[in-house]
Design a protein. Structure first.
Length: 272
């Protein structure tokens, strides 16, 4: 069990859940639509109600992502945003916000290129709190988990609707921070959310997990956020935010306004 009870993520969950609140975790792709928009947008999202930030590392073959986030990654890659740049932006953000937890979400290849220990070191120094690597199976993650927990980083794993009981148990024992339940089959931004099915699966995960459960994929408005918040500890929203960024490319003020208005509406939905 690699539970990291001292992490910012654990502390944030503990505090908010004790207050009777569910957490809101918005996702953006770092460098989309321009490198200059990312850090100001991170601060704006926190001000409008985000509890934890999830930052997507641009990657050329993002297999879990739907077309909206794929296009965001293409835009960020055109600006040559690398894993090192992502960590640089976290450092920049940390100059004025030392309390909001940050999860870096990406794929294994860039981390393997850098090396687990080197990446863990750099991520912890920058102020990252948790890492979610989409394509590392928990069965092969021992070295990965060890390198990260040595630096106080949480390792967050995905559970899918198709994940069986045995594997849920394995993920619950290996993960720290929170478990990310992918609420629909398919890619980000896809599918129709069935709250009853989500409730059933979250309950199954909670029978094994000692850490909170966040739910993402398919949450696109205040109503769906409210429904999922009745069963989950946290709501993760990605494609619906990235869509608003894409709709306003070229106008960073409009991006900020649209995204923060949307996050406020999600916050109100979750809290109501």
């Amino acid at each position: 069990m690699s539970t990291n009870t001292s992490s910012r993520i654990s502390a944030q969950f503990k505090q908010k859940l004790a207050e009777g609140k569910k957490l809101l975790i918005p996702y953006i792709t770092v460098g989309d639509p321009t490198p200059e928009t990312t850090v100001p947008l991170m601060h704006a999202m926190v001000e409008s109600g985000a509890d934890i930030l999830e930052l997507g590392v641009p990657f050329s073959d993002p297999m879990a992502e739907g077309p909206v986030i794929q296009r965001a990654m293409e835009r960020a890659l055109q600006a040559n945003i690398s894993l090192t740049d992502v960590l640089g932006m976290v450092s920049e953000f940390r100059k004025t916000d030392n309390s909001t937890p940050i999860v870096v979400m990406g794929y294994l290849n860039p981390i393997e290129v850098m090396g687990y220990s080197e990446f863990a070191n750099a991520a912890a120094s920058a102020g990252v709190d948790g890492v979610l690597t989409v394509d590392i199976p928990v069965e092969e993650a021992d070295e990965y988990i060890k390198a990260f927990s040595n630096k106080g980083l949480d390792t967050i794993f995905l559970v899918a609707p198709t994940t069986n009981e045995q594997r849920i148990k394995l993920i619950s024992e290996a993960g720290s921070g929170f478990i990310y339940y992918v609420s629909v089959k398919g890619v980000t931004g896809a599918g129709h959310l069935n709250t009853d099915e989500v409730a059933e699966k979250v309950e199954q995960i909670k029978q094994h997990a000692k850490i909170p459960v966040g739910v993402g994929f398919g949450i696109h408005d205040a109503q769906s956020a409210k429904q999922v918040a009745t069963v989950a500890d946290a709501i993760v929203v990605g494609s619906a935010i990235v869509k608003r960024i894409e709709a306003n490319i070229g106008d960073s003020d409009k991006i900020t306004t649209d995204v923060t208005d949307f996050i406020q509406s999600l916050r109100n939905g979750i809290d109501s």
